[in-house]
Design a protein around this ligand. Structure first.
Ligand SMILES: [Zn+2]
Ligand SMILES: [Zn+2]
Length: 337
């Protein structure tokens, strides 16, 4: 009997530690009905039932209350304390210190990874991005319980049946009964979203990572939130793609420059231009790496621009002189297959 009282609150109600609040509530209802002293008649049965009845109520007073359950779980899992220690009376101050301590001892919520894209201009100048953080908040209507206490409809609060000989079988003599909260549909929590503004510093590069402390998932055990890891991507623009401090784009070469070599002006992002010397016979698909023509990192080092050559034929449909056409056709013989 002594053991039965000292048993873990979950086994007391015949549920696992993973049971939902609803499952716990149902188990409790079933058991108080079964072990109600009124339902047992011999003196021994009655005495035993009374002990079980009290133990069940005591277990439910803890794990039937989501907040108390959370604390109980933490102590059970991470504090290694006896369930009875949980019932020690705390002064308000001790309680507060204890809760602070618990918060930092309890496992924090999970970290969240989030990618977001910004324009090159915003990345260079700094900007604000909005992270839609999802979280759960205790329901106001039921104070996070998932249910509200209402006057028992069966006995209208009297706690006894109409002949007044027995406890009311609906409320077991309490006079009140639990009614699922309509606002949260019994979950006790309401899903919320708030838009967190996250400041992106000037000069971030594609792939830069930032950490917003404690903006990740909520802890299931009353600990701190996890962190939010933000990866910044820079949106491609004007044919340019960005990768760290390097920029990748296309260099269109007129046919004659590709063939004979020469200088062209490459237009880079952010309005910069750069004269590029092209070697004779530069083919389409060649990659030209311009060292130091990329973006500047926080260490002041500039990346490279990588240009993929594309040869552009003249647009004009003007007929070429026969000797010009013949000369150009003559070049085909040199093309390796
Ligand atoms: Zn009742
Ligand atoms: Zn509610």
């Amino acid at each position: 009997v002594e053991n039965a009282v000292r048993e873990d609150h979950y086994s007391q109600l015949g549920v696992t530690a993973e049971a939902s609040n609803e499952e716990i509530r149902q188990a409790y209802r079933r058991l108080v009905m079964k072990w109600h002293p009124d339902r047992h008649h011999t003196a021994t049965d009655k005495a035993q039932a009374e002990i079980r009845f009290k133990a069940i109520q005591s277990a439910y007073s803890v794990i039937g209350d989501p907040d108390a359950r959370k604390r109980y779980d933490v102590l059970n899992k991470f504090g290694g304390l006896n369930p009875d220690d949980f019932r020690h009376p705390f002064s308000e101050q001790t309680q507060r210190n204890w809760e602070d301590d618990l918060r930092s001892r309890a496992p924090a919520g999970a970290d969240v990874k989030w990618k977001t894209s910004v324009s090159l201009k915003d990345a260079q100048e700094g900007c604000t991005v909005i992270y839609p953080r999802k979280f759960k908040e205790p329901c106001d209507d039921c104070e996070g319980q998932g249910w509200n206490r209402v006057v028992c409809p069966e006995c209208r609060g009297r706690g006894m049946n109409s002949s007044r000989l027995r406890y009311c079988s609906t409320c077991y003599g309490h006079g009140t009964t639990e009614c699922e909260c309509g606002n949260c549909e019994g979950r006790g929590r309401i899903d919320q979203v708030d838009n967190l503004k996250i400041r992106v510093p000037a000069g971030v590069l594609d792939g830069s990572e930032m950490v917003a402390k404690r903006c990740g998932k909520q802890s299931r055990y009353g600990g701190h939130n996890g962190d939010l890891h933000v990866t910044i991507k820079i949106k491609p623009e004007g044919g340019w793609k960005f990768a760290g401090r390097d920029i990748v784009g296309t260099l269109k070469l007129p046919f004659s420059i590709a063939l004979f070599g020469g200088a062209v002006v490459a237009e880079l992002p952010l309005g910069r231009t750069l004269e590029v010397t092209i070697a004779p016979r530069t083919n389409s698909g060649k990659k030209i790496r311009l060292a130091g023509a990329g973006l500047v990192g926080h260490d002041g080092v500039r990346g490279d621009a990588i240009l993929n050559v594309t040869i552009v034929l003249p647009k004009s449909r003007k007929k070429l002189a026969p000797e010009v056409e013949e000369a150009i056709r003559g070049l085909d013989a040199e093309v390796q297959t």
